[in-house]
Design a protein around this ligand. Structure first.
Ligand code: TNX
Length: 549
């Protein structure tokens, strides 16, 4: 139950709505959100507002004003993990470092458990795994900030991590600069608040196409950081396409030795050695992000076909490809070697991935008959299952017979809704809303426009629960923002198209539909400007957003 506090309490999320709207029709929701409690009946209608409204993205399910003036971090502040093992301590250390960067004070994180009533002179920041908070699920958290201290409780470590991301956005933005040297501590006061927060959807993702242009391990880590800041939990890596194969497969070494060394425009390409992929997995897992590997097949596969002649029906390897056409390549679906190849790839990828998913692509196949396509997808699905993974495919796979565990990723705005409605599970990435590679407006130099222009409001102002009316609410896992990189050569380009729309999609995945509102989102988003600048993010200063400097 959400605790009701004193009459002074306000539901700050409502106060945040600078432009209230008529309530939207009630839509079926994802996994049980935390209800925003109505004020107690005798509460005065005009409760005092907190002096500063927190500009959090994504918007928490519930924000209440707390008591007192907030909590001040001082050299005497301690951070303790009340329960839970090394993961809790790791999250506590992350928080300590965030505090240091923004205040010049590094709160101690004692390794030994403190007595339950031990309060440091400078107040405690307490992180607790609390079994009584099981209603928060694996990702929710409850955060109370008062003048005496901060208590962050969750049922599982991921919840604590998300609570720390909230605290991060409440700390001064300059904590995002890495090289700050404080001549003297600069105490920061975090406003008195109670936040109780649970994500709306379990799938909150982004996709990075490392095939059209290659991005190094460090660049992908930087992308992971963007996801973590916005409480996203899935990084889908598009690891193979016509222009490049990016993951080392020891049994088929030419995939990377030949197929890895090209990219759109003729640049050098690149690939991840298995040890590097493991490093990415670990980096993402530390931030509670699951990597979803995609090997696109039977189409978008020229890099593999150029590397191994036997994958071609005529036994001849085509030349490598550095253009941007789609749909021309397809594996030879009638040859046994094709399925041996897929099985070998699955064996190594399954061993490399901590997450339960394997994405087989399945999009834009123009050279097979519908029967060939269907038989191929169903056979690959069996191979994926035999390797203990759950299959994901782009929405073309909805035309096949899918296992109850399989997931369809909706991308074509005109995909057949009847088929999508029968999908066992759905991830929503509608091209005309969630595609980060679409241009913002006609003048945007980077990106494409086949699905239309996507200004920030278009990316934000839709409800995943009603996009595919034929799909039961229980089938919708959540949202994902794909970033295809035909036109993007480096991280500056990636960031320009991703930000701020990535934050918009993150909020769709996390925040309850009520009281989400474009007008107040715009303001909260604009308040992220200094933080993103400090992080060195090359975000698009969309003119309709009131950016703070
Ligand atoms: C369609 S989205 C594709 C990609 C392109 C993208 C460009 C999807 C499953 N296929 O191959 O990169 O459009 O926006």
């Amino acid at each position: 139950m959400v605790r009701q506090s004193a009459w002074g309490v306000i539901v700050a999320v409502l106060a945040l709505a600078t432009c209230a709207r008529a309530p939207k029709p009630k839509a079926p929701q994802g996994p049980a959100p935390v209800a925003t409690p109505a004020p107690a009946p005798s509460a005065p209608v005009s409760s005092p507002r907190p002096p500063v409204l927190p500009a959090l993205v994504p918007l928490p399910a519930l924000i209440e004003a707390g008591r007192g003036n907030g909590f001040t971090i001082t050299p005497k502040t301690l951070i303790i993990g009340r329960s839970g093992g090394p993961e809790v301590r790791r999250v506590a250390l992350m928080l300590s470092e965030l505090c240091r960067r923004s205040t010049g004070v590094l709160p101690a994180v004692p390794a030994a458990a403190l007595a339950p009533d031990a309060a440091g002179e400078g107040g405690l920041i307490e992180l607790a795994i609390d079994p009584q908070q099981s209603a928060l699920g694996a990702e929710g958290y409850d955060l109370t900030i008062s003048s005496d201290g901060i208590r962050l409780a969750a049922a599982a470590p991921a919840g604590l991590f998300y609570g720390v991301q909230t605290l991060r956005q409440l700390l001064p933005y300059w904590g995002e600069y890495e090289a700050v040297m404080f001549q003297r501590p600069r105490p920061a006061t975090i406003p008195a608040l109670h936040i109780r927060d649970v994500p709306r959807y379990p799938w909150r993702g982004a996709m990075l196409d490392v095939a059209r242009h290659f991005f190094s391990v460090d660049e992908v880590k930087r992308f992971v950081d963007l996801l973590a800041l916005h409480k996203m939990n899935r990084l889908h890596l598009h690891l193979a396409d016509d222009q490049g194969w990016r993951i080392e497969i020891k049994k088929w070494p030419a995939l990377t030795a030949k197929g890895g060394l090209t990219e759109v425009g003729g640049g050098p390409g690149g690939f991840y050695a298995q040890a590097q992929y493991a490093e990415l997995e670990a980096y993402a897992a530390d931030r509670f992000i699951t990597i979803v590997p995609e090997i696109d097949m039977p189409g978008h596969i020229n890099a593999a076909m150029a590397s191994y002649p036997e994958l071609n029906c005529n036994g001849q390897a085509p030349p490598v490809f550095t253009g941007t056409d789609v749909g021309f390549s397809a594996l030879c679906v009638d040859k046994d070697v094709t399925y041996r190849f897929i099985d070998d790839v699955l064996t190594e990828i399954a061993a490399m991935t901590k997450g339960p998913y394997f994405h087989m692509g399945g999009d834009e196949v123009k050279t097979l008959t519908p029967e060939q396509y269907r038989a191929f997808v169903e056979r690959v699905q069996t191979i994926v299952a035999a390797h203990g993974k759950q299959m994901i495919g782009w929405d073309e796979v909805a035309a096949t017979t899918l296992l109850p565990t399989s997931i369809v990723q909706h991308w074509r705005p005109d995909a057949a809704h009847g088929e999508l409605g029968r999908a066992p599970h759905l991830i929503l990435s509608p091209g005309n809303r969630a595609y980060l590679d679409m241009k913002y407006d006609r003048d945007t130099a980077l990106g494409l426009n086949w699905a239309g222009l996507i200004p920030v409001k278009t990316a934000y102002d839709w409800d995943p629960a009603t996009l595919v009316p034929e799909a039961p609410a229980s089938a919708v896992l959540g949202v994902e923002a794909p970033l295809w990189t035909e036109t993007l050569a480096n991280m500056r380009d990636v960031e320009f198209l991703a930000m701020p729309r990535l934050a918009a999609i993150a909020e769709l995945g996390w925040s309850p539909v009520q009281p989400r509102d474009w007008e107040q989102f715009r303001v909260r988003l604009g308040a992220q400007g200094p933080r993103w600048t400090a992080l060195g993010i090359n975000f698009y200063r969309a003119p309709e957003i009131p950016w703070r400097h």
